[in-house]
Design a protein. Sequence first.
Length: 239
Amino acid sequence: MTLAEFFGCTLLAFGPALHMFIFTIAHDPVRIIILIAAAFFWLLSLLISSLLWFLVVPLREHLVFGVTFSIIFQECFRYFIYKILRSTENGLREVADDSRVTDNKHILAYVSGLGFGIISALFALVNVLADMTGPATMGLKSGTQIFFLVSAAQALSIILLHTFWSVIFFNAMDTSKYLHVAYVFCTHLLVSGITLLNASELYATTLIANFCITLATGLLAFSVAGGSMLSFKRFITCR
């Protein structure tokens, strides 16, 4: 039972990301490098926020403090990777197997955002996944049986959100739509803040709120990437 729960929650959290990687990234070495680089930048943001948390002793007990500065550093490093990718586009054009990597700037944002999302979800879920393997499951004497399922669903949400956020953020920097930059930062802060309600086992509230924000952010990312109702209908028809 524990192994079934482990594989089920793992596939719920990372199954869509695995498909996205296989069908849109794995065939191009440049995209793989960008994905890994983005994950590394996220790790750097985590390192800096951890150092800040360690140094500021009086605020260690306040989780909101750590969450807020972690988000600030993540968005700063999202900006850094944006600047690096934009400044190296000519070099990428020379080595890319697929010219769309550089001709369509949204692909760079998509790949880097997916890298951010995967590593973020891994760090959020890896300890939970380790506990899923046994020797027992939640809900027998304490806790709730849906804790693991909720954690996996929220990991899926953060993967999708980071992908959408990067598409919106990169486009906003290219077009000077700084209101979209503010949207990325505020929704990132909001989603992370909402997850703090899990300590009170308000799982329905956190899940509904997170996936509503995910849906709204996905629609905005679709729009800034040039999508429309007509193009969506054509996509569905082709399928």
